[in-house]
Design a protein. Structure first.
Length: 701
């Protein structure tokens, strides 16, 4: 799918341009603030080809995982928003939020703080990665004798200046991004931070006496806490002045008064307070590393697999920069690298299984994610493209994290790092902010200790995935036969005996005529949840279902059009998912067939009106058991289609999933092979009406 088409579908599923207040992006994700999160359909977003995942965050925010093409999709989304005739709701003509929506709960406040910190760093991802690569390549040249280390080579100093210059001016960049995040002129925030750093950059130390008051001169180079706090104060002053100063003179007096007042406030209060916080964070984590190194080496890699999917890892990344600025080195990146390579090892295991099983789709996904990880240090492609879709893999991933963490603690204790000033630190350290990839291994002191730890994490995770698989046995069976592709399995697998019907005396089809049972007793059948007429997914009028993005399935046009309609369970199992608005539910059977029942089209917009669930999430249900009551009259009055869509969500993991849309000619088995013959036997079939309990989908595991 083209980026423009994908962007259009994303904007539409989010409730349209008027519902989007703000959009940014990081290495793999779109981050969007919504005016009304109830209008967003995340299931519909996840069904879009190219979207790896979508989820909401507190405070009306959401994240959409795209992968490596995120920048292009972001530009397409911005172009769509910019092409609308009126600004999006809650925004100014420039696309910035016209007013702030204050969080309403402690959870929302926490989410807003994390988003603020993340958005201040996220645009710098590329330059931080580029600078760390420069130092890594320089260290490689030193290691292989291509250039002497230290000040003995002008080339070394030149390359080192690229990193040190970026790191020194990092507070200005963060101040710019943070001010923009808070809807303040970003150049104003950058100017204040530059003014704070100017005396130190000019070689002035101690303090400056102004009107008899000594203003301390501090080194803010590389500091991240101060610009974050300063931008908050600037936003309060800036917006306060904008409310009281006449519009005709705001251009002059708002920036002037903000610049002077916030500069003085930061020199006297915010700056010292920010430095104190940074020193405290560094001292606290250094104490943990020194006194409980095993716990620290295990805690960091074991936390990251859960923090990264939520976007909560950026504060820890910020802590690494704080350590470099305050201590002159960092000791968090070593354990963090263990998590990254355990993640990449699990992906390598998936790739090995995909190659063995000739699973071309997973092979392509895993290969792309593995290369992005090993060469770029990007873990999101592995997480969202594979790991979060196959949760079983997490146990092997965490085992790799634990093995690498223990080895890092043991080797770091036996072979401590030695800092330039002669200080000994028990653990892997670095003086540069480096993304965890193969190319950045040389930036670590005791690089062989770091390399050994990440190698152990990689190998353990990969081995466990290969040996124990990342799929359930049922999901793996169709691709576990050497020499056969998924298509081969679909066309060649024999039809289960339970689904080979015979003809009764009245011509009805029965699964076991001798036993007097009907075909509804087949454990391989998905049953009709309502009375009605079957229709194909390509004719129901919904492009997501028609694309089979939510699995193979069928539609049932209900016979009931007025009054209350009962929707029954199409299979026996556990009610695993229930939509917030009650219009859809998912059941997982004991043998891991996942069936979705979606009542009506665009019924999510009804906010739960007309839908009454009779069971709750986590309840066990039997096939044919009532699950939901629907007010058909209300749905019809809203102008929405009443079609009930039933799909097997994990169709790709099945040997075959065949909608029983038509009835074969008399005496012809109702099997998968006969229902997919194409045009040659279409004349022998007829569309059919069904009643609750009739089979509508044939599933072979």
């Amino acid at each position: 799918m083209g980026n423009t088409s994908m962007a259009m579908r994303i904007v539409e599923a989010l409730g349209g341009p008027d519902n989007i207040r703000e959009v940014t992006h990081c290495a793999t994700r779109l981050r969007i603030a919504l005016a009304d999160e109830r209008k967003a359909d995340f299931a519909r977003i996840e069904a879009i080809d190219g979207v790896l995942g979508a989820f909401s965050r507190p405070g009306g925010r959401c994240q959409i995982v795209i992968g490596g093409a995120v920048a292009s999709v972001y530009e397409a989304v911005v172009a769509i928003l910019g092409s609308t005739s009126t600004p999006a709701a809650g925004t100014s003509a420039t696309g910035m939020p016209a007013h702030r929506h204050w969080p309403k709960s402690a959870r929302a406040w926490a989410g807003a703080v994390f988003d603020y910190i993340s958005d201040a760093f996220r645009p710098l991802l590329g330059v931080l990665l580029g600078a760390s690569m420069v130092i890594a390549l320089a260290n490689v040249m030193v290691a292989f004798g291509g250039m002497p280390a230290g000040g003995a080579a002008q080339e070394w100093n030149l390359l080192k200046a690229i990193w040190e210059g970026m790191f020194m001016l990092l507070p200005v960049m963060i101040a710019y991004n943070a001010s923009r995040k808070l809807n303040v002129d970003p150049w104003l925030g950058g100017a204040i931070m530059a003014a704070l750093m100017a005396p130190r950059l000019a070689g002035i130390t101690g303090g400056i006496t102004v009107f008899g008051v000594v203003l301390p001169i501090r080194d803010y180079g590389g500091n991240i806490i101060v610009p974050l706090l300063m931008a908050v104060a600037l936003a309060m002053v800036y917006h306060g002045l904008a409310r009281v100063i006449a519009g005709s003179v705001q251009l002059v007096f708002v920036p002037f008064l903000s610049l002077v007042s916030v500069y003085l406030l930061t020199v006297l209060l915010i700056g010292p307070f920010g430095v104190w916080i940074g020193d405290g964070l560094s001292a606290g984590t250094a104490w943990l590393d020194a006194h409980v190194p095993f716990l620290f080496a295990l805690l960091i890699p074991m936390l990251y697999p859960f923090l990264v999917p939520l976007g909560l890892h950026w504060p820890l990344n910020a802590l690494m920069l704080v350590n470099i600025q305050t201590l002159g080195y960092d000791f968090v990146q070593g354990p963090m690298g263990v998590w990254n390579f355990a993640c990449f090892g699990a992906t390598a295991g998936v790739l090995a299984l995909a190659v063995r099983d000739r699973d071309s789709a997973m092979r392509q996904t895993a290969l792309s994610a593995l290369l992005a990880g090993l060469l770029g240090g990007v873990s999101e492609l592995s997480l969202y493209g594979i790991h979060l879709q196959h949760r079983r893999i997490y146990r092997w991933l965490l085992a790799g994290c634990a093995a690498g963490g223990v080895s890092s603690a043991v080797l770091g204790g036996l072979f401590p790092s030695v800092l330039p000033d002669g200080q000994t630190v028990h653990g892997v350290t670095t003086t540069a902010f480096a993304f965890s990839s193969l190319l950045t291994i040389p930036v670590f002191d005791r690089a062989w200790v770091y390399a050994s730890s990440i190698a152990i994490a990689f190998v353990v995770a990969m081995t466990l995935v290969v040996v124990f698989d990342y799929r359930t046995p049922q999901c793996a069976v169709s691709s576990a036969k050497p020499g056969r592709s998924a298509d081969d399995a679909v066309h060649d697998a024999p039809l289960p005996d339970a689904l080979v019907p015979s003809e009764t005396s009245n011509g009805a089809v029965s699964a076991d005529a001798d036993a007097g049972t009907s075909e509804t007793e087949s454990s391989h059948a998905v049953l009709a949840p309502v009375d009605g007429t079957l229709i194909g997914l390509d004719t129901i009028g919904d492009p997501v279902f028609a694309s089979k993005a939510l699995g193979e399935g069928i539609g049932v046009m209900p016979s009931e059009r007025d009054g209350m309609m009962t929707v029954c369970a199409p299979v026996a199992g556990m009610l695993k998912t229930v939509s917030r608005t009650g219009h859809a539910f998912g059941i997982k059977t004991d043998d891991n067939v996942e069936v979705l029942v979606h009542v009506g089209l665009d019924t999510a917009d009804m906010d739960g009106e007309s839908f009454v669930l009779q069971v709750g999430k986590g309840d066990a249900v039997q096939e044919g058991e009532p699950v939901m009551q629907v007010d058909c009259h209300a749905v019809a009055e809203s102008g929405r289609s009443m079609v009930v869509v039933v799909t097997v969500v994990n169709s790709a993991a099945m040997t075959s999933v065949t909608p029983l849309l038509t009835v074969p000619a008399s005496g012809t088995p109702l099997g998968r092979g006969n229902l997919s013959q194409g045009e040659s036997d279409m004349s022998e079939r007829q569309t059919r009406a069904v009643r609750v309990g009739d089979p509508i989908i044939d599933v072979e595991r």
